[in-house]
Design a protein around this ligand. Structure first.
Ligand SMILES: [Zn+2]
Length: 407
């Protein structure tokens, strides 16, 4: 039926058929116009028209009024999307003390969002049970048949190996060595796509955010840690063990302080918000939280702004190293520091400029790096987890096809 049709088209990885290519574009981008499909596939307009007509006839795609499309994720007006009835994708973010869930249909419309508090250092079994229970309940409430769920994307705060195993250097120690796929798949009975938080953020940015339509960019996150992701040719470079883009753990000073990763002098120790928060708290004579710090710096508090500029100076040096390796055209800044906007961006760009090889005035405008605030600086890992399923990115080493999700 409808789902089988979609399944065979989504699974047709090697298929060059115009229908399969159109379906993949719609799955990755949500609702798009025929023009956008032409740009993305390079197919002739007449071929696209024919494919669209066939897909509409098979009810795999729908033509939709602009207002219906992508609500909740800000997708602009467009005219074709996958038929929402063809399937639901679940995103699940495992954070420090809770799990967050979101469901979206294949046309990219968000159906529900939910947070389940679990407390610090929660055990994997507790998270799996909570996810199973909450997801089934939320789906029932929203009128979604579990059989219609085509996959679950998992976003995790730490490196995830290609086989789904959580590496030691995560912020949740109880998860070290746990294979996300092995623990979630039997309980949820769905294909599991897992990746780390920053990679998911990058996927959200390229699906709905500031990197939409950009094939090559770098995401750099400044929060209580420093993280990032490298996207090349539209794919996240996760690396052989899932540690690609872990910018926070570049060694700046081999004799520096000990990092949580076990090495010394990592970029994260000086370029995260932690040193600024500690200095702000000492100055204020009380504990200053990240949100208060960022807000006051953004509003122009001279001392806090100076501390944030110091952070930006070190972070810009780190970005300079990334620039020396990749020379990216677009660098998106995420994490809570990004909420300070210009107060962060101006000193960060100045520092990058000081530490980069090719200076702005030497390059024509089209060859200058753009350093911008991400569209979803703080809430994108969850959206990215959904997009993992939509893009079928983060496929685990022994691929589990959509076929297994659809009886
Ligand atoms: Zn480190």
């Amino acid at each position: 039926m409808l789902r089988d049709e979609l399944k065979s088209l989504l699974d047709a990885d090697d298929s060059d058929s115009a229908e399969a290519r159109v379906v993949r574009v719609l799955s990755e981008r949500g609702a798009v116009s025929a023009n956008e499909i032409a740009r993305a596939t390079g197919l002739a307009r007449s071929t696209i028209s024919q494919a669209l007509a066939e897909l509409r006839g098979a009810r795999v795609i729908v033509e939709t009024p602009a207002a219906e499309i992508g609500r909740g994720v800000g997708r602009p007006a467009a005219s074709f999307a996958l038929n929402p009835r063809a399937g639901t994708c679940i995103g699940l973010h495992l954070s420090l003390d809770d799990i967050r869930l979101v469901a979206a249909d294949v046309s990219h419309s968000v159906i529900f969002e939910k947070t389940v508090p679990l407390g610090r250092d929660y055990a994997p079994a507790a998270a799996v049970e909570a996810a199973r229970h909450s997801l089934r309940a939320a789906c029932r409430e929203a009128g979604i048949a579990w059989a219609g769920v085509i996959g679950v994307g998992l976003s995790f705060s730490g490196p995830v190996a290609p086989d789904g195993r959580v590496q030691r250097a995560s912020i949740i120690p109880t998860w070290a060595g746990v294979n996300l796929r092995e623990v979630f798949e039997p309980a949820l009975e769905k294909p599991i796509f897992a990746d780390n938080e920053s990679n998911c953020s990058a996927i959200a940015e390229m699906t709905w955010g500031a990197a939409a339509g950009v094939e090559d960019f770098v995401l750099f996150k400044i929060d209580i840690g420093v993280g990032g992701a490298i996207v090349s040719g539209g794919r996240v470079l996760s690396g052989v063990a899932g540690a690609g883009g872990e910018f926070g753990h570049m060694t700046l000073d081999p004799h520096g302080d000990l990092c949580r990763c076990g090495n010394r002098g990592c970029l994260e120790l000086t370029a995260s918000l932690n040193p600024a928060i500690a200095a702000a708290s000492r100055f204020a004579g009380r504990e200053v939280g990240v949100d208060e710090f960022v807000e006051r710096a953004a509003q122009g508090d001279a001392g806090f702004r100076r501390l944030l500029a110091d952070t930006a100076e070190v972070a810009g040096r780190g970005l300079g190293m990334i620039g020396a390796i990749l020379n990216p055209g677009l660098i998106l800044i995420g994490g809570r520091a990004a909420l300070a906007g210009e107060a962060l961006l101006a000193p960060l760009i100045a520092s990058y400029e000081r530490h980069t090889l090719i200076k702005r005035e030497e390059a024509p405008p089209a060859q200058r790096v753009r350093i911008e605030i991400a569209k979803y600086p703080t809430n994108h890992a969850l959206l990215g987890a959904v997009a993992l399923v939509l893009r079928r990115h983060g496929r685990l080493s022994a691929p589990v096809g959509v076929a297994e999700a659809l009886p």
